[in-house]
Ligand binder design. Structure first.
Ligand SMILES: [Fe+2]
Length: 452
């Protein structure tokens, strides 16, 4: 449907914003436990000639279809597991029934549009109609069960990098490359690990891939026995500290491992090399309590949700040296960070944008822009409005970093309606809004795909 506009959408904005997020929390007579468990809905905003159209569609994943037939959740999600008999639990150890409820992010693998969750079952869909097209099957050598929804794109090497965790008697982290030309995935590096960590994202510089092991770890046997929903098998173990493992992108060699004080994060912002150091910017929390805050029961009871962390900078001395002391880059609390990825991924950079929480605020009530060089910040907010991830889109003729706009789907709680907001990325001045006729369930991530 075509959306009514307030303000003028930039005429150069010719492409599509594709997003995914949890949208169905009640399945038959059952309700999922956690915000991250809702069944996925795809959202599509299309831009051409200053006009905006919107459509949405549930992802017809196997998780969704099986739940529809069964009348209750059929596959184990992040924090919800369907009731299973002892026999079914044992069977699941030998043939894990992974979820393909891809409600976390949207990307393109080898030219194919995919929705992603944190298993090795991305789901392909048609970027025009949002029709589900089946699983994206990676080459067999990648293997694994758990993966991430935040791959990195390396324009110079013409590939994306991602990683999986292979659980077993001997568990492994396995980094792999997904070539842009559609040729088979290849394993880049592998590392044995006794107790794998829960990692929602990782860091990339020009030469390195960095796994940041937060001390939220799991005994693989416990996970395979399926005694509890996925994340409830993980234990906060702060005495492990925060471990960084730096791998060479080309040789796969483990260059260095460094340990800092315990912290938790979902999202890396960016990383880059500086002399013999690797600099990593992350939105951190003191511990993994943020996961507990997002259980549906708490959210529906209206209990306060911080949902934001602090932008911290870690410096890893690759040739040894003193322990690292992370430094806070800005005072503002934020989440769902984005950068001018095309110009700055893996390189020194200046700007990060995220959904913010104002002092005393609840949930994500603003959009924040941070100059990481100076620590200066800008904020956009409107009473009763809750913005989602601000996706940066560069102007076609951009000469430098940050020349473009931010696109964010905002819930106006007072009107129970959502709108697509366009901000100038530099000033955070409002440029335009496109009003949706209803509210859009808060989505996690998405990407802008320019029309070629
Ligand atoms: Fe994420």
């Amino acid at each position: 449907m075509q959306l009514p506009l307030r303000g003028a959408f930039p005429a150069w904005l010719t492409g599509t914003l594709l997003r995914t997020g949890p949208a169905k929390f009640d399945v038959g007579s059952t309700t999922v436990n956690h915000w991250f468990d809702g069944l996925a809905m795809l959202h599509r905003f299309s831009f051409a000639g200053g006009e905006v159209t919107y459509s949405n569609r549930f992802l017809s994943s196997d998780s969704y279809c099986e739940a529809a037939v069964k009348g209750s959740l059929a596959r184990g999600e992040f924090a919800t597991d369907p009731c299973r008999t002892l026999f079914q639990r044992v069977a699941a150890v030998f043939a894990p029934h992974l979820t393909d409820n891809c409600n976390v992010n949207v990307d393109a693998f080898g030219g194919k549009t995919v929705a992603l969750t944190e298993t090795t079952l991305p789901v392909r869909f048609d970027a025009e109609t949002l029709e589900t097209l089946g699983h994206y099957a990676a080459s067999a050598e990648v293997g694994g069960m758990v993966s991430i929804a935040h791959p990195h794109h390396d324009a110079e090497r013409g590939c994306r990098f991602s990683y999986v965790v292979d659980f077993g008697r001997r568990s492994h982290y396995r980094l792999f490359a997904i070539p842009d030309d559609g040729s088979p995935e290849r394993v880049v590096a592998e590392m044995p690990i006794d107790k794998p960590a829960y990692m929602h994202s990782f860091a990339m510089t020009e030469r390195y891939l960095v796994l940041t092991e937060f001390p939220l770890v799991v005994d693989p046997l416990r996970l395979m026995l399926g005694l509890a929903p996925f994340i409830r098998n993980y234990r906060w173990t702060p005495q492990r500290g925060l471990r960084f493992h730096v791998f060479d992108k080309d040789s796969g060699a483990l260059i260095a491992s460094r340990t800092a004080d315990a912290a938790f994060a979902f999202h890396h912002v960016n990383a880059y090399e500086e002399g013999a150091d690797v600099v990593i910017d992350v939105i951190t929390y003191e511990d993994a309590g943020i996961i507990d805050q997002l259980y549906l029961e708490r959210l529906r009871a209206g209990e306060p949700v911080n949902a934001t962390g602090r932008l911290m900078r870690y410096r890893l001395p690759l040739n040894g040296g003193d322990p690292m002391h992370p430094v806070a880059i800005a005072d503002e609390m934020l989440e769902l960070p984005r950068i001018d990825y095309e110009h700055c991924a893996g390189k020194p950079y200046r700007y990060v944008w995220g959904a913010g929480r104002r002092p005393g605020g609840d949930f994500l009530d603003s959009i924040v822009g941070v100059d990481v060089e100076s620590g200066a910040t800008r904020t956009w907010f409107a009473d009763g409005c809750f913005p989602g991830e601000p996706v940066f889109v560069a102007k076609p003729d951009a000469q430098g970093e940050g020349e473009g706009v931010l696109l964010s789907v905002v819930l106006d709680a007072r009107r129970s309606q959502s709108f697509l907001l366009v901000l100038d990325a530099q000033s955070l001045a409002e440029i335009a809004r496109a009003d949706c006729p209803h509210h859009i369930p808060f989505s996690f991530h998405g990407n802008y795909f320019p029309k070629h």
